[in-house]
Design a protein around this ligand. Structure first.
Ligand code: GDP
Length: 305
């Protein structure tokens, strides 16, 4: 029996990995580690945890995450916590003989003015987007360390780079990501008969969205089939503007008010679209369309209320 550790198993990506691995036929024991059980920013605690559980496979899904506004406000925490989580979990995985590790990075690791769609070779070919620079530098530590362990010690450690994710256990607060924030704002406007909804920025930036269950499935495929020093993009391969996303959500909830664009808020990167050729070559494709995912998000939001 193989022991599979999901570090950050109560988060959005981690809990999706738990759901995905529970449906796996193989004989696996899942071990979760949330911040309540082990502080991943504390090396001694991480080391004690690895010594106790000695997992065969590790998914590093734990991270400090949040939307564009939170990233701008707390760069110290975004950089510091993510760098420490990457360092500690990867170093201890090597020390305790982990057979394979999947480090979950982010499309934020691409340069601000990256050619689109972004291929894995384009990482570090230019400066990061300033609105998420702290997060990107923090996550870069884990990605590079995994790559160095592979080169120097032959460790089978890989990095996956998901696009913008959404789904169960999303953050519905003001500091959350754009999908949950727009679903919340538009559903609230519909419920309260408001004539307008304020969107941040110009509405023109293009984003690629993926349901977190699809992301978890791709991470498991990567664990089984991908062993390369080059990170692996995980996305749907399709993007749309923030304004188009808002219109799709409005149509799904039959909201007929208008959108106001608060241009004093940042746009972030103008476009973030992954080239998913490598992932497609592994025989993977997404299962949940954007329109189905939007309906699901609206349903979750209503069940919360
Ligand atoms: P995210 O905040 O992590 O989803 O970050 P991104 O860097 O992908 O940017 C989200 C884009 O959506 C930016 O262009 C924002 O200006 C725009 N946006 C519009 N309204 C909102 C909102 O209410 N919340 C968030 N997070 N982004 C918004």
């Amino acid at each position: 029996m193989k022991r599979v550790a999901i570090l950050g198993h109560t988060g959005m990506v981690g809990s999706a990995l738990v759901r995905r691995l529970q449906s796996e036929d193989a004989d696996v024991e899942l071990i979760g580690a949330s911040s309540k059980e082990v502080d991943l920013c504390n090396l001694e605690q991480v080391s004690t945890w690895f010594k106790k559980f000695k997992p065969h496979y590790v998914f590093v899904a734990a991270a400090r995450v949040g939307g564009i506004a939170d990233n701008i406000e707390y760069p110290v925490e975004y950089m510091g916590e993510n760098a420490l989580i990457g360092l500690h979990t990867i170093m201890c995985s090597a020390q305790y003989g982990v057979e394979k590790l999947v480090y979950i990075g982010s499309s934020c690791l691409y340069p601000a003015h990256c050619i689109q769609p972004m291929t894995e070779e384009m990482i570090l070919t230019g400066p990061f987007e300033p609105t998420n620079e702290g997060y990107a530098i923090g996550k870069l530590v884990g990605m590079k360390l995994a790559e160095y362990y592979r080169k120097e010690y032959n460790s089978n450690f890989i990095t996956v780079l998901p696009c913008n994710l959404y789904g169960p256990n999303d953050d519905w607060s003001e500091s959350g990501h754009v999908m949950a924030s727009l679903v919340r704002k538009i559903c609230d406007a519909k419920k309260n008969n408001l004539g307008e909804v304020v969107l941040w920025g110009t509405g023109n930036p293009r984003r690629e969205f993926l349901h977190v269950d699809d992301c978890a499935d791709a991470c498991v495929v990567a664990l089984k089939k991908y062993s390369d020093g080059m990170p692996l993009n995980v996305g749907s391969g399709e993007d749309l503007t923030i304004h188009e996303l808002a219109i799709s959500i409005a149509q799904a909830v039959k909201y007929e008010g208008k959108f106001i664009f608060n241009k004093s808020k940042p746009d972030g990167m103008q476009q973030k679209l992954m080239d998913v050729t490598r992932l497609t070559r592994l025989g993977w494709e997404p299962n949940i369309s954007l329109s189905k995912g939007i309906k699901e998000m609206i349903h979750y939001y209503h069940t919360l209320a």
